[in-house]
Design a protein around this ligand. Structure first.
Ligand code: NAD
Ligand code: UD1
Length: 352
């Protein structure tokens, strides 16, 4: 019997990571997660195991910081990885402006350490979590992978630099294979309601904030800007169901086996733009909850309209998002209503 392919998933306890690990297990991969639990909970790992049934035994977890080189080396010395999916990183834009060095240290030093250890152990296949943030305020739409790149804040600069680092590493050694995935706006949760997004502190992004309002953790949603040149004056984004996004990673892994691939970049989005007010109304419909709104000024650094061209991913990864806004809101609410305090809900119920 051939052994299942073994994938190292950095940041695999986090929001996108946990959904991806589940899809990998269900697709027959064996996965090793390393995560320092800085923005996540080990409960996510046990729930992924539970959802994967028998295949849950193919998941192992190490609480580890990817900047801890000796620990990472030890792991590579004991396990042969076929590829790495690299989610681990800090992602709050506002915080990155306040604490740029923390972001450069975590995201850049973390990635350099990972690439060095991978090279030393001869594992040269990586899928990296980049972001649509590298398109800045796009001059044309939809965003294609060839658009000029820019970054408006330290978080965005870390994504851009890591992309450039991967291109440089590939140029220096064509044995490497990289798939850089530019995510648009991941939302929703696994339909089981067992895993979902559980940000520590007050959420910065739209859907987690709406979720907190719906369960009474925040009084109202501030709508950042109602004077954009869009259908209803509010910002437009390309929201993508996190399970579709997770499936995009299995497609990316398959692509890494293509002998012709070097360092390639793909958008993962739906190609559809939805405004803030449309998203609020879809969520209200799915949840039966009223979301009180406070209309405020634009958030500095926000683009007006961002959505993806999906042509390249459809053509070369053979992947296409299946879910629409209704399913995203249904699954977001299913998760939020069952876990109003995220992975802390059980502890809260017990009065901890
Ligand atoms: P997340 O915070 O839920 O997951 C990231 C995980 O990485 C967390 O579990 C955290 O504990 C872990 N981590 C952070 N630094 C680490 C380190 N030094 N060592 C080990 N573990 C570490 O975030 P997410 O939404 O799942 O995002 C995953 C990746 O996708 C990130 O790189 C993020 O920048 C990128 N991304 C996210 C979005 C989004 O909207 N969620 C959009 C575009 C790109
Ligand atoms: C944010 C990040 C971006 C990252 C992306 C990934 C910022 C400035 N940018 O972008 O770097 O790649 O997430 O998902 O944080 N909105 C409100 N009220 C809120 C929150 C958001 O009206 O409380 C609006 C925003 O103005 C925007 C839309 O909702 O029009 C989506 O916002 P958000 O979820 O933060 O995503 P992005 O702005 O795309």
């Amino acid at each position: 019997m051939t052994r299942p392919m073994c994938i190292l998933v950095t940041g695999g306890a986090g929001y996108i990571g946990s959904h991806t690990v589940l899809q990998l297990l269900l697709n027959g991969y064996s996965t090793v997660v390393v995560d320092n639990l800085d923005n996540s909970s080990e409960v996510a790992i046990s729930r992924v195991r539970e959802l994967a049934g028998d295949r849950g035994r193919n998941l192992s977890f190490h609480k580890m910081d990817i900047r801890d080189k000796p620990a990472l080396e030890q792991l590579f010395a004991s396990t042969k990885f076929d590829a790495v999916i690299h989610f681990a990183g800090l992602k709050a834009v506002g915080e990155s402006v306040q604490k740029p060095l923390m972001y450069y240290n975590n995201n850049i030093v973390g990635t350099i350490t990972l690439l060095e250890v991978m090279a030393a152990y001869g594992c040269k296949k990586l899928v990296f979590s980049s972001s649509a943030t590298v398109y800045g305020w796009p001059k044309e739409l939809p965003c294609t992978e060839e658009f000029p790149l820019s970054a408006a804040n330290p978080y965005g600069r870390t994504k851009l630099m890591i992309e450039e680092m991967c291109r440089d590493v590939y140029a220096s050694d064509p044995e490497w294979k990289f798939v850089l995935l530019r995510y648009f706006n991941p939302v929703g949760a696994h339909p089981s309601g067992r895993i979902g997004e559980d940000p520590h502190g007050i959420p910065n992004n739209l859907m987690p904030f709406i979720q907190h309002v719906a369960v009474g953790r925040q009084p109202a949603l501030k709508v950042f800007g109602t004077d954009y040149s869009t259908k209803d004056g509010t910002g437009v984004r390309d929201y993508i169901h996190v399970v579709d996004l997770a499936d995009g990673h299995t497609a990316a892994l398959a692509k890494l086996s293509d002998p012709k691939i070097g360092c390639e970049v793909y958008n993962l989005g739906t190609g559809k733009g939805t405004s803030v007010l449309e998203m609020v109304s879809a969520f209200e419909k799915a949840s039966g909850k009223k979301i009180p709104l406070i209309k405020t000024a634009r958030r500095p650094g926000d683009a007006e309209i961002v959505y993806a061209s999906t042509t390249k991913a459809e053509r070369e990864l053979n992947w296409k998002a299946k879910y629409g806004i209704e399913e995203m809101c249904r699954d977001q609410w299913n998760w939020a209503s069952r876990n109003p305090y995220g992975y802390q809900t059980e502890a809260k119920k017990l009065g901890a």
